[in-house]
Design a binder for this molecule. Sequence first.
Ligand SMILES: Nc1ncnc2c1ncn2[C@@H]1O[C@H](COP(=O)(O)OP(=O)(O)O)[C@@H](O)[C@H]1O
Ligand SMILES: [Mg+2]
Length: 313
Amino acid sequence: MERIKQALEKARADRMQAGGPVMPLAARGAPSPVDEIHYSQTRAIAVPYETLREQRIVAADSARPFADSYKILRTQVLQRMTENGWKSLAITSAGPSEGKTLTAINLGIGLANEVTHTVLLVDADLRAPAVHRHFGLEPQPGLSEYLTENVPLTDLLINPAGIARFVVLPGGRPLANSAEMLNSPRMTRLVEELESRYRSRIILFDLPPVLESADTLSFSPQVDAALLVVEEGKTTVDDAQRAIELLRKTRLIGTVLNKARKLTVEATETANLSDRLFDTLEHSRRLNRAFKALRGMKNSLRGWWRRVRGRGS
Ligand SMILES: Nc1ncnc2c1ncn2[C@@H]1O[C@H](COP(=O)(O)OP(=O)(O)O)[C@@H](O)[C@H]1O
Ligand SMILES: [Mg+2]
């Protein structure tokens, strides 16, 4: 366990050194009040309450058991981002289906519920855009059309109706050359532009898994910080470590332990940002050690049995 904690600490120290001092929030971009987010320029799309509920999107019902976990996550993320003057945050994980998109959406809505902040969620998983699906929508033109066809942003942004201060830039048409597109000068300009346009806007990027493609690796250094989602019982210690190691050029703001099992009615519906990641990783390390010990025991029993049989014959 100590190994992972140390790796994380070291990665953090290296990043701080590499990144140098960070400008305070107030010093970046032209000051402009939150009210300047013009929803008239953004298409509002109705999303049925039932869809939000089925998809576990907190906006549907803030009384659900996991809503508090997202509020804790929101508060911790907001504190760190405000303290450091960070505006953009990437959400990623080691492997697929570990809960990046759901975390990004629920964190985004949580941040938007803070009346001082508006949130733009960018679906930057350009190989397999999925944010629209979580809102029960058909694929929408989005980031890939912006990058490849120069479609203006104002034609692409959507606001799930009823969720105030929360705007989505969908992924758009899936792209095979997504890593190159995410690293293109147009994408770099977009990130800069989004960060400087509104003082109190937070931009979240829903990214693909770190270990599956070059996309996250090449893009994440462009954002202020990243959040690593870890799925309890699925993400292995080795994969988490490899992901942390690969993300060494990005500031890791923290980890989310997703799908943590609790003895509640909705047992799998929790999401915690916590040191419990370390408990989980320690737990799986212990299990690995136990399996190794069992294998060792089995081998020595086999050897003993062979010797006994050898003597008998
Ligand atoms: N905490 C959670 N509890 C229950 N289901 C979850 C949780 N997090 C994610 N899921 C479900 O797991 C699936 C994969 O989640 P998703 O966010 O799309 O993963 P990723 O973006 O990492 O591929 C989705 O069906 C999602 O609804
Ligand atoms: Mg996803």
